[in-house]
Ligand binder design. Sequence first.
Ligand SMILES: Nc1nc2c(ncn2[C@@H]2O[C@H](COP(=O)(O)OP(=O)(O)O)[C@@H](O)[C@H]2O)c(=O)[nH]1
Ligand SMILES: [Mg+2]
Length: 207
Amino acid sequence: MEEQFCIRQSEFVTSAGVEGRYPAPLPCEIAIVGKSNIGKSSLINRICGNQKLCRTSATPGKTRLVNFFLLNRAFYLVDLPGYGFAKASKAEQKSWGELLERYLSSGRVKHLLMLIDIRHEPTQDDLQMFRYLIYYGIPYTLVATKSDKIAKSKRKVDANLRAKQLGAPPFAIPFSSETGEGKTELTARIGQIVRDCTDIRKETTEE
Ligand SMILES: Nc1nc2c(ncn2[C@@H]2O[C@H](COP(=O)(O)OP(=O)(O)O)[C@@H](O)[C@H]2O)c(=O)[nH]1
Ligand SMILES: [Mg+2]
């Protein structure tokens, strides 16, 4: 039987702004997108088992950088700046767009984890983000966050409903950084992505 994938080790590598340098690429890089305050940083901390790895915030729109974390000394997990913070100025929104576009068009990212709120219908910004990742042709997994905020019996159904409302096939992983619900499923998914990246590399380097 195949050994179960787990995240044993995690460290912060660097942050990059609009003109900042990205670290030397690895075969696998997974990035997290979602609106501001959706739980990106909390999710990273939860799946890495380190509450202090990534700064979380009760005030939306604080992360304005692309943050790189190295996991298992093997692949990057990238925390992208959140979108849709209502109070952001036009200039801030423009700089966010540039930051994201530069990152997504760099060709580094192999897979996106897109976070959506399990409680609410996707926002216009969510829909736009989803169109954007389809446009870029980036493989993705949808994660429905804050599942602890709704009744247990509704979680699976509502997570899938949010995916459907986004225009995606009706599947999202219900996840809670508070309780750890969905951690096993999401970690297994990440393991699969990491393996796929490495396998593809093997295939292309073999004669
Ligand atoms: N109840 C609950 N609160 C959460 C969850 N994930 C994040 N939060 C809270 O939502 C706020 C924003 O979280 P953060 O991880 O900083 O969001 P980010 O802006 O997407 O990085 C913080 O106050 C978190 O404590 C969750 O799964 N359940
Ligand atoms: Mg954050």
